[in-house]
Design a protein around this ligand. Structure first.
Ligand code: URA
Ligand code: SF4
Length: 194
């Protein structure tokens, strides 16, 4: 049986792709291991690499605000990335890097067994939803992926660069909230403004 401890140890020692050479910290993932909602980003940025935690920079602050809009926070979701080590200059993780790393993410998903998977941005959506995924057309739509209700949101970094997609993202978040209320059994959503 897989355990969190074994998985974390393997990740911390991992040299399966070239990203290990430039990392300061492996960003394993964080949040509630019993969460019904699992969020997948792209890869660590500079702040994440320094602190060893996902989404702790500017995009992370926006992600916290997005979650708060529908009563979620870091205690009722789990958050990880497609790759656990920072791609230089925050470039997109290469396919070889994703292929080397995805097994760890799959093991995290197997341990958490979420009901809902949220792809943050196109990189995660290309992998989990479809290799032809178009974020501009298909954000906010539901797909069934390995027994998980799955949707993609615009990546918080994309929303920082281009705020014009924020209203659509708000609608997508409300859709996510509806699905949580429909299928989650132990996720307690906070009231707005609390
Ligand atoms: N962007 C990501 O995709 N992941 C992080 O952890 C931080 C920024
Ligand atoms: Fe290993 Fe993933 Fe880091 Fe590559 S990105 S070295 S596969 S943990």
């Amino acid at each position: 049986m897989d355990t969190w401890e074994a998985l974390i140890n393997e990740c911390n020692q991992c040299r399966e792709c070239a990203l290990w050479e430039t990392r300061n910290n492996v960003v394993f993932g964080d949040g509630n291991r019993e969460a019904e909602i699992f969020l997948v980003g792209e890869g660590p940025g500079a702040n994440e690499d320094k602190q060893g935690l996902p989404f702790v920079g500017r995009a992370g602050k926006l992600l916290d605000d997005m979650l708060a809009m529908i009563g979620l926070n870091r205690t009722n979701v789990y958050i990880a990335n497609m790759v656990k080590c920072r791609p230089p200059q925050n470039r997109d993780p290469l396919n070889v890097e994703q292929n080397a790393c995805i097994g760890y993410l799959q093991r995290q998903l197997d341990l958490v067994q979420p009901k809902i998977l949220v792809c943050l941005g196109r990189i995660a959506a290309l992998r989990f939803i479809s290799p032809k995924f178009r974020i501009t057309k298909e954000h906010g739509q539901w797909y069934d992926v390995n027994g998980m209700r799955t949707m993609a949101l615009y990546h918080p970094s994309a929303l920082l660069r281009d705020p014009s997609h924020r209203p659509e993202t708000f609608d997508d978040l409300k859709e996510l909230q509806r699905e949580i209320q429909k299928i989650c059994t132990h996720t307690v959503l906070a009231e707005p403004g609390t």
